[in-house]
Design a binder for this molecule. Sequence first.
Ligand SMILES: Cc1ncc(COP(=O)(O)O)c(C=O)c1O
Length: 434
Amino acid sequence: MHLPQHGWTRDQVLGTIDNYRENDANWRAGRTFSLVYYAGEEVKAVAEAAFLKLFAENALNPMAFPSLRRMETEVLAIASELLGDTRAVGTMTSGGTESILMAVKTARDWARIERPEVTAPEMLVPATVHPAFHKAAHYLGVRAIVVPVGTDYRADVVATRKLLTSNTILVVGSSFAYPHGVIDPIDELAQLAQEAGILCHVDACLGGMILPFVERLGHPLPPWNLAVPGVTSISCDLHKYGYTAKGASVILYRTRELRRHQFMGYADWPGGLWGSPSAAGTRPGGPIAAAWAVLHFLGEAGYLRLARQSLDAALAIQAGIAAIPGMRVLGAPVATVFAFCFDAGDTYRLGDAMQARGWNLDRQQSPPALHAMITAAHVAHVQAFLTDLRAATEEVRGLPPSSEGEAAMYGMMGSLPDRGAANELIVEFLDSLG
Ligand SMILES: Cc1ncc(COP(=O)(O)O)c(C=O)c1O
C-alpha cells in the first residue's frame, strides 16, 4: 500500500472503510461481551455530535479552549461526587491505562519526596488487578508485588500485610476487578496503607460508572470508593459504563498536593514554556466534549435506567447458568461483570462451542473460565444466549480438553512452566500483526 498519488473521493474513502469493517465484531447484536459499551443509537448520536464539535480542538493548552477546560472541570466535579468525595481533584485522561499510569507515577514521585529513604519502590497489587498496573511498573520502575486472592477472588488482606515492606509506597484494590467482578476489601486495604503511612489507589475503571447507580437501586455494596478513609486516589473510565466515546477516563486524588506529583512543567524549551498534566501531549477535545455531553444527556435517571436494565440481564444470565448442571458462576459478583465455568466438561471447549454459535466470550485462566460483561446492549438477547449456552453445554459435556481453536491455545499457554517465555510468545504475536 502506498500513499495514493491523487486523493480518493470521499465516497471511495468511506466505502473502502466499510469494506474493511466487514468482519468486525458485531457488537450491536449483543453477541460481544467486552470492548464496546453501547447504550443505544440516541446516546451514541449525542456523543458523536459533541465529539465532532470539538473534533479539532486540543486541551493541551488550557488557555486556548476555555470550553474544554470548563467541560473537563465539570466532568471531574460530577465524577468526584459519584466516587465518594466532592473535594477530590483530578484530570481527564485517554483511558483506564493512562489514569493508572498517572496514579502510579504520582505515588512514585510522592515517595521520592515523602519517603526519600525508599530507593526501590514497590506496590502491592492483587493477582486480579488489571495488567495496566504491570505496564505502569514496567514503565515507571516501580516493582509490582502480586498479592494472592482468596477463594472469593478478593485480595487477601493477611497476605497483603505480610508483603508490606519498608519499600512499599502504594497498595491497590479494584472496585470491581475485571476477571470476576468482585470488589476487593477496600476498607481493610486502605487501613493497612494508612497505618503504614503510604498511598492507596482504588481502580474503579470498570465499576466507577455503574456502582453508584447499583447502590442507588438498593443493592448494598461493601465500601468501594474515595469515601473510605485512607484511599488516596481512584480511577474511573467514562468510556466503559459511562457509555461515552472512547478516550475518556478520570483520575482523582484526595488532595491537590497529591495531584501535583502527576503534573510536569518544563521552562527551558525554545518552543516556549511547557506544562502537561498527564501522559498525553496533545489532548483531543472530542472525548472530553462527548463525555460531558453524555453525562448531561443521560443524567442520573438515564444511568439508573441503564444500570437496572443491565443488572437485571446479568442476574437473569447468572440464574440461567446456575440452573445448568455442572455450570457455576465464580465468586459473588457485585454487578454486571462475572465469570463462569463448566465443571462437567472443558470450559475452553464450551467457549469454542459458543463461538461457533456467534457468541464472543473472552477466555480466562487460573481457573479456566468464560467472561461476561453485560451492558444495555445485551438486554434483548438474554434468552437467546441461554438457549445457545444450554445447547453448547450438552454438546461438550464430558468431553476432554480440545486440541483445536482457542481452547488449544489457552491449554498450551497455561502449561508453559516458564512465564517469561509465555509473555514473550504474546509479544511475538503482537509483532506478527503488522
Ligand atoms: C478494572 C480495569 N482497570 C483498568 C482497565 C484499563 O482500561 P483501558 O482499557 O481503558 O486502558 C480496564 C479495562 O478493561 C479494567 O477493566
